[in-house]
Design a protein around this ligand. Structure first.
Ligand code: C2E
Ligand code: CA
Ligand code: CA
Length: 549
């Protein structure tokens, strides 16, 4: 071939081949179909040489089979003169046998007559921390976060949907991991098919997907989700096997742009877990899932969330006494979180705790609660050496690896005695890995820290919890107590739970004792602790001490 042309190609190439790590460049002389590639690309992708004839085909061999078609079509158009460049993402096989995500941008340089002469560009290697999920080829969690941030910045109203599976782990257990991957690929294709007209589909962590939809028509989105559910429950076959998984989904309509993307993500997760835990997989829409129609609720959550970052400014604790049923004297107190600021006044924990539990910041707040409660209650111990401080612990704290470490360092820091502590576990803890839970409870028991099961008899708390973990106290929810003076069913329930607890050597504390008649009714059963407005509403530590010290 014409040596002048090679020289020209080299010159052109040298002009722009000063490149950063993870970036590769190429120039193709389209008349000769000869390309020059940068040495780092040759090394990384194990290419034959820096000079490659028909590089389109050679490079195509490196591209993931699922991404080849789009690539080939693009290259063909470029060579036919129908396209003057491309900007695409694909997976390419590195010399070490792993696929990496690449963005390839190329432009066509035409001659004086407008005939394509050179095709030049760069390939960027995103490595494995990628914006594309290697199994499904969808944009990944990182891509999702980037796009949500852009959406908020540009104030473009969108609906964000999170879709996940139930029963997927047994698919992996029974059929193996590669079958599981096929299920994911099939499912992702089904989601793309249903939603791609109106938005972008993402694969988040695990078996969760998301859609950012430009349409805010929630009825239509719910219809699409239903048809996806139909498909998954009747028509999902892999290698001739019917896969029995089901779906859950949460949706948030984002039209408020005064919030951060983390707040949006926590609210979305909240709606998703409502769907999973309480609505049998029906689509839960964030605002619908909340009682009251406060339009600024998400902004409120955003503000409360920022308070956590601001040294938990605005949060404070109230304490509700727990009374010894036999003697009528003080047995301990439950610490209950409160939040207030000038703009929103005081907001009930029932509103913000379930949402913030989904937030990565929650363990930070959890530590603040423990530190604050142990510091404030130390002064009660002189007069009440057996005083028991109950602190509510959320599953979001328990599932963190360093939870035990944090507990002991706060105990050391505050000097609060471990044996005067009791952790109340909320219902959702049951969903955590049993061995982690058992280990955590064992460590606490060795150190004489007590464990209570909160809201027993409602939601998830069940006999299994008593059988599997040795707990010290069972707390009976107010639900069973408020009508106890007249309801025989409630009397039977309380009687049953207290004998059950007794059989597992746990004592019983009853919540919601609002008046004397309820108290009189309860003392007939084997009950150790009484808690409720009859004794006191939750109050700040100063008022608590005024009363009991
Ligand atoms: P919970 O742990 O079941 O707390 C008991 C709730 O019942 C408290 O509501 C308390 O004020 C209320 N209560 C007590 N006695 C009576 C009564 O006689 N009548 C009536 N009607 N209500 C009574 P609060 O303080 O609004 O807390 C609600 C929930 O928020 C708590 O339920 C708990 O699930 C959560 N929460 C509160 N503080 C914390 C905390 O520090 N950490 C965590 N993780 N959750 C918390
Ligand atoms: Ca509690
Ligand atoms: Ca409770």
């Amino acid at each position: 071939m014409n040596t002048d042309r090679i020289k020209r190609l080299d010159k052109l190439f040298d002009a722009f081949s000063v490149i950063a790590e993870g970036n590769y460049v190429y120039v193709c002389d389209m008349r000769e179909d000869l390309s020059r590639w940068s040495q780092n690309a040759v090394d990384y992708f194990d290419l034959p040489d820096v000079y490659i004839f028909d590089a389109g085909s050679v490079w195509e061999e490196c591209i993931h089979p699922d991404d080849r078609k789009v690539y080939r079509e693009s290259i063909e158009k470029i060579f036919k003169g129908e396209d003057l460049g491309h900007d695409m993402q694909y997976r390419a096989l590195a010399g070490d046998g792993n696929y990496v995500i690449c963005t390839c941008r190329g432009v066509v340089i035409t001659d004086d007559d407008g005939i394509p002469e050179y095709f030049a560009g760069s390939i960027r290697n995103h490595g494995s921390l990628s914006y594309i999920d290697t199994i499904t080829g969808l944009r990944s969690l990182y891509g999702f976060f980037d796009d949500i941030k852009t959406m908020i910045r540009k104030k473009s109203s969108s609906a964000v949907i999170m879709i996940g599976t139930k029963g997927f782990s047994s698919v992996n257990d029974v059929y193996g991991y590669s079958f599981g991957n096929k299920v994911l690929i099939n499912l992702s294709a089904a989601i793309v098919e249903k939603f791609s007209n109106i938005g972008t589909v993402y694969r988040l962590d695990g078996t969760k997907f998301a859609v950012i939809s430009s349409s805010m028509d929630t009825d239509m989105l719910a219809d699409i989700y239903h048809s996806l559910q139909e498909y998954v429950s009747h028509d999902l076959y892999i290698d001739g096997e019917r896969v029995s998984i089901s779906l859950n989904a949460g949706l948030i309509a984002a039209d408020d742009f005064e919030i951060g993307h983390e707040t949006l993500y926590s609210c979305l997760k909240y709606a998703y877990y409502e769907s999973k835990d309480r609505h049998l997989g029906e689509l839960v829409i964030f605002e619908d899932s909340l009682s009251g129609d406060d339009r600024h609720f998400i902004e409120q959550i955003n503000t409360i969330r920022s308070s956590i970052v601001n040294d938990c400014e605005g949060f404070y604790l109230c304490y509700q006494p727990i009374i010894n049923a036999a003697s009528g004297t003080l047995r301990g107190a439950e610490a209950l979180i409160r939040w207030r600021n000038d703009r929103y006044g005081s907001v009930s924990p029932v509103r913000f705790i379930p949402i913030l539990e989904q937030d990565i910041l929650f363990p930070e707040l959890g530590k603040w609660i423990m530190r604050q409660a142990m510091t404030e209650c130390r002064k009660l111990l002189h007069k009440y050496p057996d005083f028991r401080l109950n602190i509510n612990i959320s599953y979001a704290q328990l599932e963190k690896r360093d939870f035990i470490y944090d507990v002991f360092s706060i105990i050391r820091e505050t000097g609060y005695p471990k044996e005067n502590l009791c952790f109340e576990m909320t219902e959702r803890c049951r969903l955590l890995d049993k061995s982690i839970l058992r280990n955590t409870f064992d460590v606490f028991r060795q150190h004489k820290i007590k464990i209570a099961i909160d809201d027993f008899g409602t939601g998830f708390a069940s006999i299994g919890v008593l059988r599997d973990f040795k707990v010290d106290t069972v707390k009976i929810d107010r639900e069973y107590v408020k009508n106890i003076t007249t309801s025989v069913a409630d009397q039977n329930t309380v009687s049953f739970i207290s004998s059950l607890a007794d059989a597992f050597s746990a004592d019983v504390c009853v919540e919601g004792v609002e008046d004397e008649s309820i108290r009189d009714c309860l003392v007939k059963y084997k009950i150790k602790g009484l808690q409720g407005y009859y004794y006191s509403k939750p109050v700040v530590i100063g008022d608590f001490c005024d009363r009991y010290l």
